[in-house]
Design a protein around this ligand. Structure first.
Ligand SMILES: C[S@@+](CC[C@H](N)C(=O)[O-])C[C@H]1O[C@@H](n2cnc3c(N)ncnc32)[C@H](O)[C@@H]1O
Length: 359
């Protein structure tokens, strides 16, 4: 795809993002940075779950690459492992980051390198450091960034460690889903620095003040690919040994309504459903990385196993939030001793786990 074909499409995308209220410095960058250089191919899933590759030769490639949509760019073991996020979401995060020319920024989750290119365009590439856990991705991204004329500092490793050799940073932006903010990021942030981090299913915007940090969640939802660590399998087999108890809440509706606070109260939780003979949902399952698991049937029967009584937490939250709560009423506070998410006031809340590193 040549640039003359691409320019009108990305100018249209930039105009649409400007009309949606995004900041001018970032929409101007979208109009100028060629996304197609960073996403030469992507993957689409059909109704049967099969992934197929879309290349520059596939009809519709250029309309998609300049659409306001997330594009899956890497698949491993039939699972998406990297993507170029939706441009509107990227700009919401960059707007919230409030970075100004000359400030030093760390990005965690280089992926295609497109966000690092937007940052380099606005802040100057000497001010941009980016890290991804996957050497294949950082190799491709560094090459594509150079082709587009940007030379930020690209690193390979677990982003949870930050990049100490380039600290301190005035701004830190993460583009992979986290269960909490790693202590290394707070240590590598300058006083007054701002961080925008996907925590649970939301985006926390926190400001560093001395060795502490605090701030609220942004109103929009964000379902980022989880930071790569080890994979945890649910222990549903253990549940058969447990005596059922009875719950009077509507299991599936509650898990949907409370997905945001649940991700703060039960970091890293996952859910699944089982269909009944009539095709409807017969029961739901929930599990967390510490080996806890629970199931709740539509007849109200609940079984729980492991170190935490997960369904008790679901019931407790369902009493606290009778309707879906607003994300911006939640916040996150970090002190050298602990980190917790809270609702309305930071006096109480949910402790978030310390970060363990990928091997
Ligand atoms: C949504 S993609 C990033 C998109 C990217 N910012 C872009 O503009 O293309 C999330 C990225 O996080 C990376 N990632 C996952 N776990 C990580 C870790 N522990 N440290 C650093 N990066 C990680 C993945 O490899 C993936 O490329």
């Amino acid at each position: 795809m040549n640039d003359a074909d691409a320019r009108p499409l990305r100018e249209l995308l930039a105009r649409n993002l400007a009309a949606a209220g995004h900041g001018e410095q970032w929409t101007r960058a979208v109009a100028q940075v060629p996304r197609h250089l960073f996403v030469p191919t992507f993957y689409e899933q059909d109704g049967t779950g099969r992934w197929s590759e879309v290349t520059t030769a596939t009809p519709g490639y250029r309309e998609n690459v300049y659409a306001n949509r997330a594009l899956t760019t890497q698949i491993k073991d039939n699972e998406p492992t990297s993507s170029s996020s939706e441009p509107g979401l990227m700009l919401s995060m960059l707007d919230a980051l409030g970075a100004q020319a000359g400030q030093r920024v760390l990005e965690i989750g280089t992926g295609t390198g497109y966000n690092a290119a937007l940052l380099s365009h606005v802040l100057g590439d000497a001010n941009v450091t980016t890290v991804d856990v996957d050497p294949e991705l950082t190799g491709d991204a560094a090459r594509r960034l150079a082709d587009a004329g940007y030379r930020p500092s690209v690193h390979t490793g677990d982003g949870a460690r930050g990049v100490p050799s380039h600290a301190p940073f005035d701004r830190i932006i993460a583009t992979c889903g986290m269960q909490s903010v790693p202590a290394a990021w707070v240590q590598q942030a300058a006083d007054g620095a701002v961080m925008v981090v996907p925590v649970g299913w939301g985006l926390a915007r926190i400001t560093i003040d001395g060795g502490n940090a605090t701030g609220r969640f942004l109103p929009q939802s964000a379902y980022f690919m989880a930071r790569r660590t080890s994979r945890v399998r649910p222990r549903f087999d253990e549940l058969e040994k447990e005596q059922p108890t009875v719950s009077d809440i509507s299991a599936q509706e509650t898990l949907t309504r409370l997905e945001f606070p649940l991700a703060l109260a039960l970091p890293g939780y996952r859910t699944c459903t089982w269909a009944g003979d009539d095709g409807g949902t017969a029961s739901v399952g929930i599990w967390t990385p510490d080996g806890s698991a629970a199931t709740a049937g539509r007849d109200g029967s609940v079984r729980q196993t492991g170190p935490r009584r997960l369904w008790d937490v679901v019931e407790q939250l369902s009493r606290q939030f009778e309707t879906e709560p607003q994300r911006e009423d939640f916040g996150l506070t970090i002190t050298p001793e602990r980190q917790w998410a809270w609702w309305k006031t930071d006096e109480t809340g949910w402790d978030l786990p310390a970060v363990h590193f990928a091997e």
